[in-house]
Design a protein around this ligand. Structure first.
Ligand code: ADP
Ligand code: MG
Length: 425
């Protein structure tokens, strides 16, 4: 995939209407609907301000949650969840949609921009059309949740065209929702068939940094992989073994690899059907001359819980009935040494069950090694990003990707539909 894509600074938007796809999929309080974290809205500000400064009118759009676009799909989904037919009224469906309205985002966005943000009552319907038509340079309109349109997730060309039409004949499409680029939806990909399409600053940064690290890394490139399951990361391991100089495997998935090497792993996380795959990856690393590092010691406990007292043992000494919940100090030294001499580090997946304070030490030590290294440091993956933030190292990383699923697919070397559809430079 070509990562060298046109961005907002490569096109003239003066006097034009820009359809801007944002990621306003914000967390909300279940009861009150209040936005509990507005970081995604803040992240969109640089691109929006730039477009307004350039004299564009901005029609922003985003999805929020997983609404059922039709009453039929609502009934089907809720029935699967075990709801009784008499509860599934049309009113209940409409109520479920109201809870996923972007109206609170319009309010917050207006506060942050210190500008009135107009909210459309629909996505491509009469209200959106009228408000988009009346929109003047320097003004912002927010469309309703794109997933209220049933054509959105199906990438229906009619929906894509209707979205494009809001921006008019000389409109421009700007994509800045990195968290959604791995999905081929009408507002993330289809719309680019009808408007010139470029990236906003958020996607541009993801492409430059992750794309750069994958396509043309400062070497040695060290990839650190962890997290829960091998099966979640098969594509990532496979792709990074193609391009990295060193691949480090920690976290829950390391135990399947240790099993493949013949160790007894007690009750540690094991994917029995992935042992052969792990063995294959071990030989692939050997063939390609990639250094593959596995834990040499591990913190173990009898149960999956936090504790004041746990054992640390070499991986050859995991007692029966114990599970590995973190990497040990020898492993930290081994991994840190590889990080110290790296040119680029890509990290995806925590080294242990960092949610339990007792088993956060390994993840913390690796985060610290990254923070102290001179390397370009890139964090991808939802839990890894959360861990780095929670442990207080976020400011010291070169880049923390904003897209969980999208950054994983990026590291797998997959084509991202929401990136592929943008104009090449
Ligand atoms: P990311 O979101 O960064 O891609 P994953 O979702 O793959 O990461 O994995 C994160 C989860 O892995 C965390 O919830 C963490 O508790 C779990 N994990 C890490 N090490 C272990 C382990 N040894 N045993 C079980 N789970 C683990
Ligand atoms: Mg995760």
């Amino acid at each position: 995939m070509n990562y060298n894509k046109k961005t907002v600074t490569d096109v003239d938007v003066r006097g034009k209407k820009v359809l801007l796809r944002c990621d306003f999929n914000v967390p909300q309080d279940k009861k009150t609907g209040a936005i509990t974290d507005d970081k995604r809205i803040r992240a969109a500000l640089p691109t929006i301000r730039y477009l307004l400064d350039q004299g564009a009118a901005v029609i922003a759009c985003s999805h929020l949650g997983k609404p059922n676009a039709t009453y039929e799909s609502y009934v089907k989904k809720q029935t699967e969840k075990g709801k009784k037919p008499e509860e599934l009224t049309e009113e209940a469906w409409r109520d479920s949609l109201r809870k996923l309205s972007l109206a609170p985002v319009a309010v917050r966005l207006g506060e942050l921009l210190e500008l009135p943000v107009e909210m459309a009552a629909d996505v491509v319907g009469p209200d959106a059309q009228a408000k988009a038509a009346a929109l003047q340079p320097g003004q912002v309109l927010l469309l309703e949740n794109t997933r209220f349109e049933k054509g959105e997730t199906k990438n229906d060309p009619k929906t894509a065209k209707a979205l494009a039409d809001l921006a008019g004949a000389d409109g421009v499409y700007v994509s800045d929702a990195f968290g959604a680029v791995h999905r081929a939806h009408a507002s993330t990909a289809g719309v680019a068939d009808y408007l010139p399409a470029v990236s906003g600053f958020l996607i541009q940064k993801e492409l430059e940094l992750i794309g750069g690290a994958l396509a043309n890394p400062k070497r040695p490139l060290v990839a650190i992989l962890g997290g829960a399951k091998v099966s979640d990361k098969i594509g990532v391991i496979n792709n990074l073994l193609e391009i990295a100089d060193t691949v480090i495997i920690g976290g829950g998935m390391a135990y399947t690899f240790l099993k493949a090497q013949g160790y007894e792993i007690g009750t540690s996380l094991l994917e029995a059907d992935k042992v052969d795959y792990a063995r294959e990856m071990l030989s692939k690393a050997a063939e390609k001359g990639v250094m593959l590092l596995l834990p040499v010691d591990t913190a173990v406990h009898e149960r999956f819980e936090n504790t004041d007292s746990f054992l640390t043992v070499d991986v050859s000494m995991i007692p029966a009935g114990y599970m590995g919940l973190d990497i040990g100090p020898k492993t930290v030294r081994l991994f840190s040494e590889a990080i110290r001499t790296a040119g680029t580090v890509i990290w995806n997946g925590p080294m242990g069950v960092f949610e339990f304070p007792a088993f956060a030490a390994g993840t913390k030590a690796i985060a610290q090694a990254l923070a102290e290294s001179q390397a370009v440091t890139i964090i991808g993956g939802g839990d890894s990003a959360a861990a780095v933030q929670q442990l207080g190292y976020a400011e010291r990383m070169t880049h923390i990707s904003t897209g969980g699923g999208a950054s994983l697919e990026f590291m797998e070397g997959k084509v991202l539909p929401g990136v592929a559809c943008l104009l090449d430079r």
